[in-house]
Design a protein around this ligand. Structure first.
Ligand code: WTA
Length: 687
């Protein structure tokens, strides 16, 4: 069902609940918007779904093609009953995404002297401006250096870097020479890094000596070395060289007492600066087929083992470019800032590829929102005159706690669009973002999407979509959502059920690295003919979509600036590695700032005692195994777990205990209903 037009396009006053009130940005803010009103959106949406070939051919015209697209634009099968699932977009065309996001800006659009990035360090004293000319030269040098190390088209390169310019250089260098980048968020543990390196069989790792996140110094090289040791132990070592950026020692270390012990293996490790020394700053791009892989990015899987989501060159390029242009209503004088980390999909699509494809100027921020003071984000918005700002509900809720005062010290009048991503945004946070940050002037753009979707799939457009706090509103161009019930029947009109998509759009994932079976079983088997998001949603009377949250054993957890998926199975696996733990079950519980947090039930082995020390050990175990992002908020001793007679843990009941919901419904399938009472009596109220 397509959305319906609100002909007035104004705030609709009336007796609605606050979240039912519709908001529209003030007149005059978007004088030359790409999509000026809702009718224009509807017309473009219609074209994108009824004539997709023409629609995407128009989009493709802006890009450079070594061999232009011809023949069939889109081929796919979404139905497991009809054979293998596949998606192919503009197959046979040849291009290079790095060329399109850099050389095209420098040589065709004449943007060489334009700022591509304002790098802002963790400390306000560290910053650097990078123009498109400089970015292109640095990327070419890095590309040549990777070639010197023997990297070729199709090879996988693991990148474990903080938010520094070299992260962008390395990913684009890979894209330039046709290597597949696999970026691992630099907050993941050595074990998580090792697992990802081995799964993708990467032969190069690029990392840094260390980094400050807020006032905490992280020895990245130590974690990276531990990861490589682990890979070796498992006899599956593939990494031949580890390139290390001297970031802490050169760029940020003003105090000798902060020196890091950097483990060094002469046979493998090489300093970035030594490698780049004397290499040419020109590098002919490798011309890639549209469907050649561009990158792998791991996302949590409900079995606990992360899945390597594969994206390919052309579809991803067109989709991230177009969504960036429309969703942020991008214009050349904008200064755009996305606070996510490039280690997540939000950073891949909306810090690197989307903004650069448009010739945009972005802030690249290494730090955290409340360091060295709680007004840091507002200070940066004022400093660079940020006009388009993109963050996560968790960051908004965190900053809400400090009230209006920190914002009032800064001039935020440059702001035009406020975006959010990562989890459902509660109306209270939405309204604070709108009222206090945007001063009721800027639309709040709630973008729903996933690592798998490559770019935004449900989202308002700034000048045209009337907004409802908490709703991701309407589908982006080319995206056809549907709501299904338990039986896979499509629901019409107002409905609540499983959010699925009927057809591919160019940016959708092409597979799970090395595992077609897992690709099909995770996303396509439940409802043949549809891509299944794993999220529930409600469609209201106006055709607006409201995401109701995950319907599987996954939850949205947060780092400081963005929300991400984590599977409860992964955390359970970490807990049960502890020698005292016999069994563990993990569920999500609402959290005022983070949105959701982890509530863990552990059953101990005989004669083991549950105490504070054990609790700390368990938290450490999870941190070490997965990373700080997965640290449990609550751990409860569970002498027994609620199980069915066949031994299956009833997670629904555990979720209700964690949330203190007393109305437990039918418990007749439980083998021993008494355990529920015991668990209730011992539950944690607060952290
Ligand atoms: C959730 C992040 C509600 C959702 C880009 C999805 C959201 C998962 C929203 C993907 C939103 C993301 N409203 N929920 N605007 N955006 N989600 O792969 O559960 O880290 O399936 O991609 O985040 O998380 P991922």
């Amino acid at each position: 069902m397509s959305p319906v037009s609100d002909s007035s396009n104004r705030v609709i006053p009336g007796p609605q609940e606050p979240e039912e009130k519709t908001y529209h940005p003030s007149d005059g803010l978007f004088t030359n918007a790409h999509v000026p009103d809702f009718d224009a959106y509807l017309a473009l949406y219609k074209k994108s779904t009824e004539e997709p070939e023409e629609f995407w051919a128009d989009v493709a015209q802006e890009f450079y093609w070594k061999k232009p697209p011809s023949g069939q634009m889109l081929q796919f099968n979404f139905d497991v009953n009809k054979g293998n699932i596949y998606i192919k977009f503009m197959e046979g065309a040849k291009t290079n995404i790095c060329y399109n996001v850099l050389d095209r800006n420098v040589h065709v659009r004449n943007l060489g002297e334009k700022v591509a990035y304002y790098w802002e360090g963790n400390s306000p004293n560290h910053h650097q401006t990078i123009t498109y000319n400089q970015l292109l030269r640095n990327v070419c040098r890095c590309a040549n250096a990777l070639k010197l190390l023997g990297v070729k088209k199709g090879d996988r390169v693991a990148i474990y870097l903080p938010m520094i310019p070299e992260l962008v250089y390395t990913m684009l260098a890979c894209a330039r020479i046709g290597a597949v980048h696999s970026i691992v968020f630099a907050g993941f543990s050595s074990e998580s890094l090792c697992e990802r390196i081995m799964d993708a069989q990467c032969n190069i790792l690029v990392t840094a000596d260390g980094v400050y996140r807020g006032d905490k110094l992280i020895n990245l090289k130590k974690i990276a070395s531990e990861a490589l040791e682990r890979c070796k132990e498992s006899m599956a070592s593939c990494v031949q060289k580890c390139v290390v950026v001297k970031h802490h020692a050169f760029r940020t270390n003003s105090d000798a007492s902060n020196k890091l012990q950097t483990p060094w293996d002469e046979s493998c490790d090489i300093w970035w600066a030594d490698l780049m020394d004397g290499v040419s700053d020109e590098c002919e791009p490798e011309w890639m087929d549209s469907e050649d892989p561009l990158f792998i990015l791991y996302t949590s899987g409900s079995t606990g083992k992360p899945k390597g989501v594969v994206h390919t060159v052309t579809g991803y390029m067109l989709y991230t470019s177009l969504t960036f242009k429309y969703v942020f209503d991008y214009h050349h004088d904008d200064v755009y800032w996305c606070t996510a980390d490039i280690g997540w999909i939000t950073g891949h699509s909306y810090i690197t590829y989307g903004p650069l494809a448009n010739g945009g100027t972005s802030v690249l921020f290494e730090g955290v929102p409340v360091y060295p003071h709680v007004g840091r984000l507002w200070e940066i918005i004022e400093k660079y005159g940020v006009s388009k700002f993109y963050t996560a509900p968790t960051a908004i809720r965190l900053l809400m706690k400090y009230g209006r005062e920190p914002l009032q010290q800064y001039d935020l009048s440059s702001l035009r669009v406020l975006g959010t991503v990562g989890e459902p945004i509660n109306p209270e946070a939405w309204l604070w973002y709108y009222d206090v940050v945007g001063q009721q002037r800027c639309p709040v753009i709630d973008t729903f999407w996933q690592t798998e979707t490559g770019g935004h799939v449900l989202t308002p457009l700034p000048a045209s979509t009337p907004l409802k706090p908490g709703s991701a509103t309407c589908p982006f161009f080319g995206v056809q959502p549907a709501v299904l019930n338990e039986h896979g029947e499509e629901l019409e009109g107002e409905a609540e059920g499983y959010l699925v998509f009927q057809k591919p759009w160019p940016g959708i994932m092409r597979g799970v690295y090395g595992n077609q079976e897992r690709f099909e079983s995770t996303y396509f088997r439940k409802f043949p003919g549809f891509y299944v998001t794993g999220d529930g949603c409600r469609r209201d009377k106006d055709g607006y979509y409201w995401i109701t949250g995950r319907i599987d054993d996954m939850l949205n957890v947060s780092d400081v600036c963005s929300g991400h998926l984590l599977s409860t199975a992964e955390v359970e696996a970490a807990l049960t590695e502890h020698p005292s733990v016999a069994e563990a079950a993990v569920v999500s519980r609402p959290h005022a700032v983070k949105g959701e947090c982890l509530y863990c039930f552990v059953t101990l082995k005989d004669h083991k005692e549950f105490n504070r020390t054990l609790m700390e050990e368990l938290k450490r175990k999870v941190r070490e195994k997965i990373g700080p992002i997965a640290t449990p908020d609550f751990i409860q001793n569970a002498p027994g777990l609620p199980k069915t007679r066949s031994g299956k843990i009833m997670r629904r009941v555990l979720r209700q205990i964690a949330r203190n919901e007393k109305d437990l419904g039918d418990l007749s399938t439980l083998a021993d209903p008494k355990v529920v009472e015991v668990l209730f009596s011992q539950r944690w109220e607060a952290a």
